[in-house]
Write a protein that binds this ligand. Sequence first.
Ligand code: MV4
Length: 452
Amino acid sequence: MFTKVLIANRGEIALRIIRACKELGIKTVAVYSEADRDALHVRFADEDVCIGPASPTESYLDMQRIIAAAEVTNADAIHPGYGFLAENADFAEVCESCGITFIGPTPTQIRQLGDKVNAKELMEKAGVPCTPGSEGVVPTFEDAIGIAEEIGYPVILKAVSGGGGKGMRVCNDVSELERGFHLCTTEAANSFNNPDLYLEKFIIGPHHVEIQIIGDNHGNYFHFGERDCSIQRRHQKLIEETPSPLMTDDLRERMGEAAIRGAKMVGYQGVGTIEFLVNEKREFYFMEMNTRIQVEHPVTEEAFEVDLINDQIRVAAGEKLTYKQEDLVHKWAVIECRINAEDVEKDFRPTPGKLTGLHVPGGMGVRVDKAVYTGYSIPQYYDSMIAKLIVKAPTRELAMLKMRNALKEFIIEGVPTTIPFHEEIFEHPAFIKGEYDIAFVETRFKQKDNLK
Ligand code: MV4
């Protein structure tokens, strides 16, 4: 096992990782920017190193500074958390070459799955259902038209190096495809340094359902069911839940098995998530694979009563997983609300500032993952998520009731937050019935803002 882990992150995930390390008897090193001197991850780690100014590129994204911090503190592993350097294959490689374990998959695996066309080809080979579309990169606009005519409109153009919704365009006919092809190519070249596009049939009205998996380096693979992440806005997830309202035991087993086949195909090591689109007919299609621990991992932890960060660290240290798939049972209905410092009335604009008052909900089945406290000033430089409210109950109805009560108890003074948004969602008849898809917030959830 590691003796000292450096956490190359901040906020609630840094605290989550520090806690897991403490329970494993591992010493911790926090790194922080000048904007994070008063952050809790600095206070709770055994050691801390200031790595630079507030700007992420000069601190949490600066590989050299992070490696230097690991070397001076003699850390034997780095946990990247999510975001920042978590899916940076070059960083994983630099860690390796410095004799520091990167807690995550290998650089090759990150690279293979970060290239969306390559990932899709691998999944297809593994027998994971994929969306009909181009075989690899579409070289020209003429090729795109040919493929679109074969598979039928609407189609979606995607950047090979894209992700998180950037560099995508839906096209309903030839003229939209012509325009879209050029716009998307330019956008991809500018954003990802790679103009390559591929094309897929556009799946209408699906859920975003992702499967949590883990692999050790002894050839053992397990899945922990699904999270439904369809409640999102501009590709920012707002609510995640399990079970998915459209899940059945049979579908969970089939998606779980498909996810494991995909992971096995690359010899995947660590925790990972396979994202799928699932339509009303419960047909599922591979979207992409995330090679990191995700924000919403507590949903799975609570539903299955597992500790994914603990498992992640242990497999990175070479330990063998001792689960049996049949022992991994879905025990609870779990819902997570992301509480962001954002003004819902002003197009979800971030609202950094001082937290003058804070009351956190509690009680049975209520978990709050956060790193803020009364008097803390939320910096402007980073993500606006300040807390995750996670509730679990025997049924979805009871979990929703618990969430409504917990949201009422959650008092944050000083900055506007997304709590009022969540309160509205949990009163929405369609959401309550589980009748939603990935377009719910932007189309069917009526907000004053959306009506303009
Ligand atoms: C799609 C799709 C419909 N059909 N692919 C969005 C993020 C990126 N990972 C892929 N995305 C989509 N791919 C096909 N063939 C719809 C989306 C999509 C989406 C997916 C999940 C959650 C929110 C979304 C919002 C808009 C579009």
